[in-house]
Design a protein around this ligand. Structure first.
Ligand code: HEM
Length: 174
């Protein structure tokens, strides 16, 4: 997985809990601390997941809480700074979600070894969407957190409910 995910997690932890806490997480995860997190670098998925697990242990939070915090920070702080232009194209959460496959494709097009997720959108009615997450990585709880972050980014009350390991129900104008 691209280092940009670790970079975002690091920024979040350092901003909210300080550098020492991030250092503790690194020490516990066995990740080589000499390794500089470079956004374009590739890290094994297991390494990234392990750092997330250790973050939960050190902060004494559940994976769901970590996923929500990550999703919020990614959508409202990190991505606007790093990828502002990609967010500016959308004015509503609905518009943004319709563009999300394209955004992932565009951002990872020139990056070797990137495997961005895919999303299938199935509308149950005008305001109810089944947002299907297609990826081998099994990070559906992060998708839930990211969708909540999308709601906050566009100042909308989104209903976000995980149905199973691939499907999330999203209700607009809740
Ligand atoms: C402007 C907003 C966004 C940008 C720029 C962005 C960009 C990226 C990038 C660069 C990666 C790494 C790909 C790789 O390592 O192969 C990634 C992974 C991922 N993104 Fe996004 N993303 C955005 C929003 C979202 C949102 C809103 C969701 C979910 C609703 C999402 C879900 C994911 C997931 C789950 C992964 C991990 C890879 C996987 O599960 O297969 N992203 N994204």
């Amino acid at each position: 997985m691209k280092g940009v995910i670790l970079k975002c997690l690091k920024d979040l932890v350092v901003e909210k809990f300080g550098k020492n806490t991030w250092q503790q997480i690194f020490d516990k995860s066995g990740f080589n601390i000499a390794t500089i997190i470079a956004s374009g670098n590739d890290y094994e998925d297991e390494v990234v997941v392990n750092v997330i697990v250790k973050t939960c242990e050190v902060l004494n939070i559940s994976l769901f809480q970590a996923a929500d915090a990550f999703g919020d920070y990614w959508m409202n702080t990190f991505a606007p700074n790093v990828y502002g232009a990609h967010l500016m194209g959308a004015k509503t959460a609905r518009e943004f979600l319709l563009k999300l496959n394209g955004i992932h494709d565009r951002i990872t097009k020139s990056v070797t070894n990137a495997h961005p997720p895919r999303f299938e959108l199935e509308w149950l009615d005008n305001n109810t969407l089944i947002f299907r997450y297609i990826s081998k990585r099994g990070l559906v709880d992060f998708v839930v957190g990211l969708l909540k972050g999308v709601g906050r980014k566009f100042n909308e009350q989104l209903g976000v409910e995980k149905l199973n390991e691939t499907d999330i129900k999203v209700i607009f104008n809740k």
